[in-house]
Design a protein around this ligand. Structure first.
Ligand code: NAP
Length: 330
């Protein structure tokens, strides 16, 4: 089978690999579409914890089950499925096990003709989604879902700020927050992306390249209950300008900076919660798929590429110009 492999020297090559052999409780999925996440860029730069190369990349994928292990029910054959994009969450909904890991390094990923996964990783593909839409969901939409529901506990009429609205998780957050009838504010480096977010229901947006963006947001909102944050500021004190007392900052990324400082007195006197999150459990994944189907939510796709042009897709992600997910057709 053809697979996108990140080699030891960190070059990306589409090469021939053996089709994986199944264990008793595994299935073989013929991938119809996969999608990129910022994670693949971190891995390609060697900047991801636990680097182990060579490896087939890709966490997001959807396809058809073409072979089943000896202990898997025969009815799973030929099913159209979305793959839960990680291993080993465990039973605790508050946090995953230490052994939790995302598909596509160190385990083989979805950017290949086939992938084998445990039957427990399989979820039925909702029929209202195309292959490309189904493949766009797993990592980004699950991350936003857990951030808004488990951590942010976002309620109708509350105000949420979503930073860097061009990102895949941010777009998911916008769709979910609107379906929950929250009031959405966004930041972006692009006026076009702010305008497009408003067309999708955002109330207002500010440009994070402007040093005064925190004050502008304070003026335009009545105070923010929750921040869905891909890029916490180097100085979080600025957030106190627009956050309500008791507000929550739910951080899932570190795009701008890996370090931040905070005035701890303001932090506790305002009862602010600063919460970290990453992906979500298999139960949350199914709950999210159910919520999306009920509300007819389709993922926002920036562009799609044929598998053989996958390197162009990586360049598009690295450019940062995207609005939503970059998808690969297999
Ligand atoms: N914790 C998790 O489970 C998890 C899951 C997925 C992603 N992540 C992390 O979350 C981040 C976003 O991932 P993604 O895949 O959604 O992103 P993406 O699709 O690659 O989009 C990145 C977006 O980040 C925004 N951005 C860039 N610099 C920024 C800054 N200084 N301040 C605010 N926003 C900035 C840009 O938004 P504009 O174009 O609007 O300016 C850009 O479109 C990455 O760091 C990724 O590693 C974490």
């Amino acid at each position: 089978m053809k697979a996108l492999v990140l080699q030891n020297d960190k070059s990306l090559e589409v090469i021939e690999q053996d089709i994986p052999q199944l264990n008793a409780q595994e299935v073989l999925v013929s991938i119809k579409a996969s999608a990129l996440n910022h994670r693949e860029l971190w891995i390609a730069k060697g900047m991801y914890p636990g680097m182990q190369l060579p490896c087939i990349l890709g966490a997001d994928g959807a396809g058809i089950i073409t072979k089943i292990g000896s202990e898997v029910e025969a009815s799973f054959m030929d099913k159209e499925v979305i793959i839960y994009p990680a291993y080993d969450w465990g039973e605790n909904e508050d946090a995953p096990k230490k052994s939790f890991r995302v598909l596509g390094m160190p385990d083989p990923g979805t950017m290949a003709e086939y992938i084998k996964v445990p039957i427990s990783s399989i979820h039925a593909k909702p029929s209202y989604l195309s292959w490309e839409e189904a493949a766009a969901l797993p990592v980004a939409y699950l991350t936003a879902w857990r951030a808004l529901t488990k951590h942010g506990k976002l309620q109708k009429d509350q105000s949420i700020l979503i930073t860097g609205i061009g990102g895949g998780v941010a777009q998911a957050g916008l769709a979910f927050a609107k379906a929950m009838e929250a009031k959405v504010y966004v930041t972006s480096s692009s006026e076009d992306k702010i305008a497009q977010a408003k067309e999708r229901g955002a109330t207002a947006g500010v440009n994070y390249k402007d040093e005064e963006w925190h004050l502008q947001l304070k003026e335009r909102s009545d105070g923010i209950d929750m921040v869905l944050d891909s890029s916490p500021s180097e100085n979080l004190d600025n957030y106190f300008k627009f956050m309500k007392y008791g507000g929550k900052i739910v951080a899932y990324g570190s795009t701008g900076s890996r370090k931040t400082t905070i005035n701890i007195s303001k932090f506790f006197l305002r009862h602010i919660q600063f919460i970290g999150t990453a992906m979500g459990s298999p139960r949350e994944f199914q709950a999210m798929l159910d919520f999306m189907e009920l509300n007819n939510i389709k993922p926002s796709i920036d562009s799609s590429y044929d598998f053989l042009n996958i390197k162009e897709a990586f360049a598009a992600l690295a450019s940062g110009n995207q609005l939503g997910k970059i998808v690969i057709r297999h």
